[in-house]
Design a protein around this ligand. Structure first.
Ligand SMILES: [Zn+2]
Ligand SMILES: [Zn+2]
Length: 498
């Protein structure tokens, strides 16, 4: 028994049997007959969260052995993640400030459990970033999320791999909305238990941090003032600074007060996915001029010769080559080329935009890892996009070229290898939703995958899903495809699949 408690406070996990064992004591005799039901209620209330595991070969979900119990974790965060990774150069921050001097202690723990069910727990310095009042998660290959509690504040950080100036606003806005909805849902529950009517006012308000992530300004004030100087650092911020948290996802062009890429962002070398977003936005007949300013004309000729029918691949490849061989291959060089072409440098802002994928597929499928069968059937359908797909899912050009030469003139086999390589990588949980987002990112769209899923035996997926516990209580209404998210009590669809 002591072992169990020790493990809970150290690793924050418990096994189902262990909890049943605890309940076998006299004091819990009222609970024991309903142990499975009570256990599932604890999951439903975000007091326990599943630690999901997948079969790396078939992608099917394995029975859940361990459950996270954030409320039992007493260890504090002693890793250097906040000092080394979550720095003002690479991260942005906002605070949810609660009225009153402290936050009800159960709320952060339930919020942490909810985060665990949405995103992948991050590993850092060989430890998982789950501590008392602190959690670190991987959103995708470029973005990490940190949620932590400090006094009457819950702080949210979005950390980018290279520069805070390159954080995709659609992602920051989505994560913020998601946490707001989750916290309102949790607070609503507490209010309902004390029979209080849901007050019109939210129990917290939002504050944005200064660029040093230490001073804060309330959201209401921030939208009213055009300029704000923070107390401690005397740094001036303008309204454009908060756009990252409030991206209008439908709007494609920059907002009026868009400050463009920051100096720090301009000095960065674009990642593959950023280059891909840039190349997708380049108009084909402008490429000739662009490559001449980048001194890549000869390479462009040979690449277009090799890919005569696929200008999209050629556009991306020539920019990848440019990044590989030129010394100063940063965003600034691209900005200068654009200026010479008389194109606004706000064109570069598009590398930070991502269209969030929308889909009618039921939620329970979105969270599954695609099986071999699904990937096999999808591979021949996606066509000549494997360079782009490879870039989006984080494979290097070198790897992609090897795959290509291993499978000459066999597009389906090339795509298949890319898809399987993606599923093997566990930085981000390789779910069907992530795959849908990747297909949208490369401009292919998700219809091909939806078609495949129609003809695939979804019972297999569902069966692995059912392993999560007999009689598990679904947090979502059945038939999600027909149900529009209404009210704020349920997690919105966007939220749980973000
Ligand atoms: Zn400051
Ligand atoms: Zn802009």
């Amino acid at each position: 028994m002591q072992e169990t408690f020790k493990r809970m406070s150290e690793s924050g996990t418990i096994r189902r049997e262990d909890l049943y064992f605890i309940w076998e004591q006299k004091d819990f005799s009222a609970i024991l007959p309903y142990k499975e039901f009570i256990f599932n209620i604890l999951i439903y209330l975000d007091i326990l969260a599943e630690q999901r595991r997948y079969d790396t070969i078939t992608g099917s979900r394995l029975p859940v052995e361990n459950f996270f119990v954030p409320c039992m974790v007493i260890e504090r965060n002693t890793t250097s993640f906040m000092d080394k990774e979550c720095t003002p150069e690479r991260a942005i921050c906002l605070a949810f400030l609660f009225k009153g001097t402290i936050i009800p202690p159960a709320l952060p723990n339930r919020l942490i459990s909810a985060c665990l069910s949405m995103w992948t727990l991050k590993q850092y310095e060989e430890r998982t970033l789950l501590f008392s009042g602190f959690i670190g998660l991987s959103f995708d290959k470029s973005h990490d999320i940190v949620v932590c509690v400090e006094g009457n504040k819950i702080l949210l950080y979005i950390v980018h791999k290279t520069s805070s100036g390159l954080i995709v606003p659609d992602i920051a806005t989505g994560v913020k909305e998601c946490l707001v909805i989750t916290m309102e849902r949790i607070s609503d529950f507490y209010q309902s238990t004390i029979h209080a009517k849901r007050s019109q006012q939210s129990p917290f308000h939002i504050e944005y941090s200064c660029s040093q992530m230490q001073c804060f300004i309330s959201e209401t004030e921030a939208v009213q003032t055009s300029e704000w100087m923070c107390d401690k650092h005397k740094l001036t911020h303008n309204a454009g600074n908060w756009l990252v948290w409030n991206q209008d996802k439908k709007k494609e062009e920059c907002e009026q007060n868009c400050p463009g890429l920051s100096d720090d962002a301009l000095s960065q070398i674009p990642s593959d996915i950023e280059l891909l977003r840039f190349s997708t936005n380049c108009v084909s007949n402008q490429m000739h001029e662009l490559v001449s300013y980048l001194e890549m004309s000869k390479k462009w000729d040979s690449i277009t010769h090799n890919y005569p029918n696929d200008i999209e691949v050629a556009k991306y490849l020539v920019l990848s080559k440019w990044k590989e061989i030129k010394v100063q291959s940063n965003f600034k060089a691209l900005a200068e080329a654009l200026t010479k072409m008389d194109i606004s440098t706000h064109f570069l802002c598009q590398v930070r935009r991502e269209r969030r994928a929308e889909t009618d597929l039921p939620l329970e499928f979105l969270d599954c890892i695609p099986t071999d069968e699904i990937l096999d059937k999808l591979a021949p359908q996606i066509g000549q996009v494997y360079f782009q797909l490879g870039a989006v899912i984080g494979l290097s050009i070198g790897t992609l070229e090897t795959i290509q030469s291993n499978n000459p003139r066999d597009l389906a086999a090339q795509n298949r290898e890319v898809l399987f390589a993606w599923r093997k990588d566990k930085t981000v949980k390789p779910t069907i939703m992530v795959l849908i987002q990747a297909l949208v990112n490369i401009g292919k769209g998700a219809r091909c995958l939806q078609e495949v899923l129609k003809n695939v035996d979804l019972k297999t997926l569902k069966e692995s899903e059912e392993v999560r516990g007999e009689g598990a209580i679904s947090k979502e209404p059945k038939n999600t495809s027909e149900q529009k998210p209404h009210g704020k009590k349920k997690k919105s669809k966007k939220c749980s699949i973000a």
